[in-house]
Write a protein that binds this ligand. Structure first.
Ligand code: NAP
Length: 258
């Protein structure tokens, strides 16, 4: 299947490690030029090296998506070095607090929204004019199954639910413009230095086995490659009728029927 990604410009936030790295590598494999951002120069450099080896243009930009002041310079740098953004993957995210309603600090609750929602929201606003003008664009927001149904902590669940909402609303606003906006809801996907690797290292084998038995129908954690393939498909010509969707990729982990 030709995805038609050759020569497109993609920006993947949090693209130096984990799911973002896999998304960036798969987009590059399909011929897209790829910019990634993260907070750490070293890991950006090594992933940019891997991306360049696929024969595409690749850059890494130090930027913290939870810092509003980093967003416009990030976008500007990508436009100048590679070109206007055709494909935006808002991937960077996580939790700033694991407390429940009785204990969470308002600052941490807000900070989780800054990390998962506001930076990505700013980036959407920056890339949309070019996408509208050329009547083609793809925005993919990485949410979580815990933005669709109960799970995780209150900060993360609330922020991911808001991201899914913003995705749906933007999708309908842009549907006539050839700009498709979708979210992806991963389940528990393990990768080097990721939270599920830490979970497995920090707990006893019995505890981990029990978690898997009760939560992961496939009997194992997820792995990043299928997520990269899904991002590439949603970014492609071939996904033309899909917009406003939230696509679950979780090996059957979540319980919602919709
Ligand atoms: N893995 C899962 O099981 C899972 C499940 C559901 C949803 N998700 C979502 O999928 C996305 C990626 O997950 P992941 O497991 O790959 O996460 P991760 O391991 O925490 O992601 C690491 C990547 O994000 C970058 N990053 C972290 N904070 C950043 C910030 N403030 N600004 C810019 N870049 C930042 C990291 O680089 P630096 O550290 O150098 O900044 C690195 O490139 C997240 O939105 C997460 O919520 C993951």
């Amino acid at each position: 299947m030709d995805l038609g990604l050759n020569g497109k410009t993609a920006l993947v936030t949090g693209g130096s490690r984990g799911l973002g790295r896999q998304a960036a590598l798969t987009l590059a494999q399909e011929g897209a030029n790829v910019a990634i951002c993260g907070r750490t120069q070293d890991t950006l450099d090594s992933t940019v090296q891997e991306l360049s080896e696929k024969g595409v243009k690749a850059i890494g930009v130090v930027a913290d998506v939870s810092n509003a002041d980093d967003i416009a310079p990030l976008h500007q740098r990508v436009v100048e070095d590679i070109g206007p953004v055709d494909i935006l993957v808002n991937n960077a995210g996580g939790a700033r607090s694991r407390e429940d309603i009785t204990a969470v600090a308002l600052e941490d609750y807000k900070a989780t929204f800054e990390l998962n929602l506001f930076g990505g929201f700013q980036l959407m606003q920056l890339v949309i004019p070019h996408m509208q003008q050329q009547k083609w664009g793809r925005i993919i927001n990485i949410a979580s199954i815990w933005g669709r149904e109960w799970g995780g902590n209150i900060s993360y669940m609330s922020a991911k639910a808001a991201l899914i909402g913003a995705t749906k609303h933007a999708a309908l606003s842009l549907a006539k413009d050839g700009v498709l906006v979708n979210s992806i809801a991963p389940g528990s996907i393990a990768h080097p230095q990721g939270s599920w690797e830490r979970f497995q290292n920090d707990n006893t084998p019995e505890f981990v086995e029990d978690f898997i038995a009760h939560n992961l129908p496939m009997g194992k954690f997820g792995w990043p490659e299928p997520l990269g393939d899904l991002v590439a498909f949603l970014a492609s010509e071939r996904s033309g009728l899909i917009t406003g969707a939230c696509i679950v990729i979780d090996g059957g982990q979540s319980h919602s029927m919709i």
